[in-house]
Design a binder for this molecule. Structure first.
Ligand code: NA7
Length: 557
């Protein structure tokens, strides 16, 4: 189905809810709010549904959560009917799935595509958000739900000379929809995070020459991707609801396959013999995927335990890459494994054995400038025809801070978050009534299977909004005390792990000047769900419900 035509600027008057974003979060939120009988408008900058999968069309783009688990669970009919073709789905297939869901639920009639929300201002007299878009829409909505994604504000570093480059530049997160043919070209890829690691092997097969500019090497586990096995698919589908329920209780919201062999091993890496450790790592390396990190229960809390896993991966890199100098450059050393987002690849390290691939270390000598001809490092010019920026995103807060959001007393969210994001449960921020974030900072979000976390947030929010409406409240707001308590907990739990040791986007470290705060809640998806359920069961503890002055009702705690 084609995306709808651009909406014309419209003064839509007052509606119940605005949702910003039509990725998996916005789509399901729309479905749930419709179910409550609310009038809803969704604004989406892209040309169709799919969010991150609409934008990230770079070669090799693929999900690192297994296909059988990276899909909606709210409809058994949907999960039974859809068939995935590979163990780990590629971007085009996930996008087709998103479009299929939009068709099935007839979502597009409430979505304005190619429309970016620019401002959201809270009107204290009416308890409504006044929302404007770049197409001139103006609408007043009781509820404003930010389904803006955690990794949606693409970032290209401000390299000197960038404007002078005579070739073509691309960002992995804003890839041209018609695709790019690199045949016969000299290509530069800058960045070796998940996107770079997926794109590099595919581009290397097409380009005449590929030069990879690496600042920080990454730990990457082979995906062992392949066609979907019918028996595996059927075993999931036979008992889908039960497996989904199990996954929701896991730390990451992921069941590591149905084979107990690859589940979470509740042993310390230090309590088994070196031979047994090696055997377990080898088995998981052979099985592929992020279940590698579930080999022991202390890999993210104990440096000593972590060192054993990190050394195992370094040994694999050395065994794979023929040139020992290149292997050493590719072997991460200065941060614990898993504390920067672990990568999952197909032939990444093998790609550096190709004659047409060069690795340039820009850690010791940073990129000096982009010139008309290419990339200059340490006075050496690397001539290229195209540059691919795989340089990541202003993660978790970027998309929110790009909107002019003003809450009570016209305070901006940017101002509130100067020292790092502050939320209650990653869902709301004090002083910003009726503004909800799906998978916001302070929730498990990027540390989890995003669709599991999205469904949990959407269901919780739909219940919360239903609860507010039932009691005649026109405003729901996190109390300052509840927010303070949650921020402290997120910080405390984060610091019980090794995560703060890495300069990661989880910490805001990839954006110059951004506050260094560990942003996601790392207590686990299962634990987090229990906390949220408990909050709701206690009458939404930590939230204040009130009625607008215009209605004459009194505030109700
Ligand atoms: P990431 O993981 O943020 O990776 C960005 C990469 O770009 C990373 O290797 C950076 O090195 C590198 N980078 C950024 N700025 C520069 C400069 N100025 N010079 C050289 N290299 C630079 O983004 P991805 O898109 O790969 O992945 C994001 C998430 O999307 C991923 O984790 C999945 O969840 C999906 P650094 O490590 O900062 O030294």
């Amino acid at each position: 189905m084609q995306a709808s035509a651009k909406s014309r600027a419209a003064d839509t008057g007052a509606i119940d809810a605005v949702i910003v974003g039509a990725g998996f979060a916005g789509m399901y939120m729309l479905h749930r709010l419709r179910g409550l009988g609310l009038s809803v408008r969704v604004y989406e900058a892209a040309g169709d549904v799919g969010g991150t999968w609409w934008w990230n069309r770079y070669p090799g783009a693929r999900c690192d959560v297994e296909s059988m688990q990276y899909s909606y669970a709210f409809s058994d009919a949907l999960q039974q009917a859809w068939r995935w073709s590979e163990r780990f789905s590629a971007q085009p297939e996930i996008l087709r799935y998103a479009a299929h869901v939009a068709d099935k639920l007839d979502l597009r009639r409430d979505i304005s595509f190619e429309t970016r929300v620019t401002t959201a201002h809270f009107d204290e007299a009416s308890d409504r958000w006044l929302i404007e878009t770049d197409r001139g829409d103006r609408v007043a909505a009781r509820w404003c739900i930010m389904a803006t994604g955690c990794l949606s504000a693409a970032r290209t570093p401000d390299f000197p000379g960038l404007a002078d480059f005579g070739g073509t530049t691309y960002h992995t997160g804003q890839w041209p929809h018609e695709g790019v043919d690199f045949s016969g070209q000299r290509v530069a890829v800058i960045g070796t995070g998940s996107s770079g690691i997926q794109a590099i092997p595919v581009i290397a097969e097409q380009a005449a020459h590929l030069t990879v500019f690496q600042r920080t090497p990454n730990y990457s586990i082979p995906s062992r991707n392949g066609p979907m096995d019918d028996a595996y698919e059927n075993s999931w589908k036979r008992d889908y609801p039960a497996y989904r329920a199990q996954a929701r209780r896991m730390r990451t919201g992921i069941l590591y396959g149905l084979d107990a062999l690859y589940g979470v091993n509740d042993q310390s890496a230090l309590e088994v013999s070196p031979e047994e450790r090696q055997r377990l790592y080898t088995t998981r390396w052979a099985a592929g995927g992020v279940a590698f990190m579930a080999a022991f229960n202390d890999l993210i809390v104990s440096q000593e335990a972590n060192d054993t896993a990190a050394e195992f991966v370094r040994a694999q890199i050395r065994a794979t890459v023929h040139d020992p100098r290149v292997a050493e450059l590719l072997a991460p050393r200065d941060y614990p494994i898993g504390t920067k987002r672990i990568c999952v690849d197909t032939n990444y390290f093998e790609t550096f054995n190709r004659a047409n691939v060069t690795l340039v270390d820009v850690r010791t000598t940073p990129i000096e400038s982009i010139t008309a001809m290419g990339v200059r490092v340490g006075g050496v010019d690397h001539a290229v025809d195209s540059i691919v920026f795989a340089t990541g995103f202003d993660a978790m807060t970027g998309a929110l801070n790009n909107i002019d959001i003003r809450g009570r007393a016209a305070r901006t969210l940017v101002d509130k978050w100067t020292e790092g994001p502050r939320t209650y449960l990653g869902l709301m921020a004090a002083g910003f009534p009726n503004l909800f974030m799906i998978t916001g900072p302070g929730s498990p979000s990027v540390l989890s299977n995003m669709i599991v976390s999205i469904e949990q947030h959407v269901d919780w929010l739909a219940d919360c909004i239903g609860h507010a409406r039932a009691r005649g409240a026109t405003a729901v707001e996190a109390t300052q005390a509840a927010e303070d308590g949650w921020v402290a907990l997120v910080d405390e739990v984060g610091h019980r792990t090794l995560y703060p040791k890495a300069n990661s986007w989880y910490m805001g470290a990839n954006i110059p000047g951004k506050a260094r705060v560990f942003m996601p809640y790392i207590g686990g998806v299962g634990t987090y769900r229990e906390i949220c359920d408990d909050v709701a069961a206690k009458g939404y503890e930590g939230l204040r419900f009130s009625a607008a002055r215009a209605t004459g009702s009194a505030a109700a705690e």
